[in-house]
Design a protein around this ligand. Structure first.
Ligand SMILES: Nc1nc2c(ncn2[C@@H]2O[C@H](COP(=O)(O)OP(=O)(O)OP(=O)(O)O)[C@@H](O)[C@H]2O)c(=O)[nH]1
Ligand SMILES: [Mg+2]
Length: 259
């Protein structure tokens, strides 16, 4: 937050990406690689449960109390982008209870290709895709793929089974990102885990030295939520955020052409 000295506060690192791409596993991998040298905390966001927090506690990579869960309700991207209060309180509580922490990892609820963290919540963010989602996903773009601080192409060990050409997927991702960082990762490939570890350490060093400015990858595209009255198109338009319940602008499906 603005009033805090960014060089001494923990680096808050967001991990976003579609459902099941390996966000929790990546956080477990980072904790395993760095828990000996850094003071770490984790916040998870699940829609209805604390499943991810329980998975990470059971992985035994951190003291269980350093892993906290935020339950977001039905709209997981809202809690990391539009109404970040619950996550900010969780991060501040964790940082106070275990002061000083070096890095707090915040996992978003598994959402779609367009969910990104607000730069008011995290200092830097990873966006996680996996090869099982298909080699062409990286070409589809969106704010996370295009502008997250790091794009991870995960589960590369599965590539032969799903017929994905990893170097091509990485090249497509680099092209979609104007040269921003892309990492091909598998938890079974120690070299890729070492690269992930080095990226986190470099980001922490940049954060501490004041050389890293949190970037906003950009808002979500307008998108569809099914609900009991037939659904709305939601657009996360910051100019109108305060005009509406839970910071969405709402229009009925019949009005979609206006977006
Ligand atoms: N083969 C392989 N499987 C992986 C890898 N990383 C994660 N998985 C598996 O992928 C599945 C999903 O992993 P999670 O870490 O739970 O994914 P997530 O993105 O946190 O999922 P949600 O929080 O539900 O969106 C699990 O079965 C993991 O074991 C990997 O590097 N290789
Ligand atoms: Mg998870």
């Amino acid at each position: 937050m603005a009033e805090q000295n960014t060089s001494t506060r923990a680096l808050r690192l967001g991990v976003a990406g579609p459902v099941g791409t390996g966000k929790s596993s990546l956080i477990a991998t980072v904790c395993r690689a760095l828990a000996d040298e850094l003071r770490l905390g984790v916040i998870t966001n699940d829609i209805y449960t604390d499943e991810d927090a329980r998975f990470l506690r059971s992985a035994g990579v951190l003291e269980p109390e350093r892993i906290r869960a935020v339950e977001t309700g039905a709209c997981p991207h809202t809690a990391i982008r539009d109404d970040i209060t619950a996550n900010l309180i969780a991060a501040e509580d964790l940082e106070r209870d275990y002061a000083p922490l070096d890095v707090v990892l915040i996992e978003s609820g598994g959402d779609n290709l367009t969910a990104t963290f607000s730069p008011a919540l995290v200092d830097a963010q990873l966006f996680v895709l996996d090869v099982a989602g298909g080699g062409d996903v990286a070409r589809k773009g969106g704010p996370g793929i295009g502008r997250a601080d790091l794009l991870v192409v995960n589960k590369t060990d599965l590539a032969p089974y799903v017929g994905v050409d990893v170097p091509l997927m990485v090249a497509d991702a680099r092209a979609a990102r104007d040269g921003r960082a892309v990492l091909a990762l598998s938890r079974t490939d120690p070299d890729s885990v070492a690269e992930l570890r080095a990226w986190v350490l470099a980001m922490l060093a940049a954060h501490r030295s004041g050389n890293h400015v949190p970037q906003d990858p950009g808002p979500m595209a307008p998108h569809f939520h099914a609900d009991e009255d037939g659904g709305h198109v939601h657009s996360h338009d910051e100019d109108h955020a305060h005009d509406h319940d839970h910071d969405h602008t709402h229009e009925h499906v019949g009005d979609r052409a206006h977006h």
